[in-house]
Design a protein around this ligand. Structure first.
Ligand SMILES: O=C(O)CCC(=O)C(=O)O
Length: 284
């Protein structure tokens, strides 16, 4: 049973159906300057850690909003971890939150995050692909190594990126992410069925894994090409993270892979068309 201290379903509804505070809104739309080193690191290694993406003053409001969304989506599930599927034992996943709740829309549409991605991708404009809260329950298993773009019908995977934002401190033992540096290589595409039948791609066997513990408010940004996963949660606390996935404006719909040819974010599109649906607005 998912519980966050003091947070009732009624309170969660109230938080989510109200606009966020004006100070948080202003902060979320303020820009964050990246150093050239950070941008280079993203391109060289396929991921980068950026500290204080959410500053301390705003953490508790942000955390409450995301917890409220997870509570409303998952709070009625009374199964114990051991009775869940293997994938559910890795992740409590709640996607497309910004379309259901006003407060989530304010958060997900933030120019601060999209602006970071715009700089990392050296793009003119950035669109939303989708959002998802990714919590890992106490005792939750590892997240198997995978490459995000292999689940997405996007012809230009090098122009996709995920922000993974820690809402609490996430040390290794709580299930921080790990990355395989320099796997952001279009020639390395491989589908891993993390939902039902995960395997470890052979080419990862001799590669180093870099674990990236984060403090609350820090985030990593990784390319959709970069292979990554997460450690198991050995603690008795929830690992709380929010992700937002972005695409460069102009990327196109690739319906050639049977496994991925439908995706909410591409609704109504024909193969080869620019991804510009109602679910993928230009954010910056
Ligand atoms: O949160 C996790 O454990 C995995 C996250 C992930 O795979 C992603 O954000 O792409």
């Amino acid at each position: 049973m998912i519980k966050f201290n003091e947070l009732s379903a009624e309170k969660a509804e109230q938080i989510l159906n109200s606009a966020i505070s004006s100070s948080l809104k202003e902060f979320l739309n303020s820009s964050m300057l990246l150093t050239e080193d950070k941008i280079k690191s993203y391109h060289d290694f396929g991921f980068v850690k950026i500290e204080n993406v959410i500053e301390a003053d705003f953490l508790s409001e942000v955390q409450k909003i995301i917890q409220a969304a997870v509570l409303l989506r998952k709070g009625k599930d009374e199964r114990e971890l051991k009775d869940k599927s293997q994938y559910e034992q890795s992740l409590l996943q709640c996607g497309f939150l910004c379309w259901d709740y006003i407060a989530m829309k304010d958060f997900v549409f933030a120019k601060r995050f999209a602006g970071i991605v715009k700089d990392l991708m050296k793009a003119d404009h950035i669109r939303l692909w989708h959002d998802q809260a990714l919590f890992k329950e106490p005792g939750g298993r590892i997240t198997d190594a995978h490459q995000d773009c292999s689940y997405w019908p996007i012809a230009e995977p090098q122009f996709t990126a995920t922000m993974w934002l820690a809402l609490t401190d996430v040390p290794v033992e709580k299930g921080c992410l790990y990355f395989y540096p320099q796997t952001n290589d279009p020639n390395l595409k491989e589908y891993v069925d993390i939902f039902k039948n995960p395997h470890q791609p052979n080419h990862l066997n001799d590669k180093e894994r870099v674990f990236v513990p984060l403090k609350a408010g820090d985030a990593t940004f990784h390319s959709g090409l970069t292979f990554h996963g997460a450690a198991n949660n050995q603690t008795n606390e929830m690992r709380e993270a929010m992700t937002i996935i972005y695409i460069k404006d102009g990327v196109t719909f690739d319906a050639s892979d049977e496994r991925n040819k439908t995706h909410t974010s591409c609704v109504g599109l024909n193969n080869g068309e620019i991804i510009n649906t109602k679910f993928t607005p230009v954010l910056i």
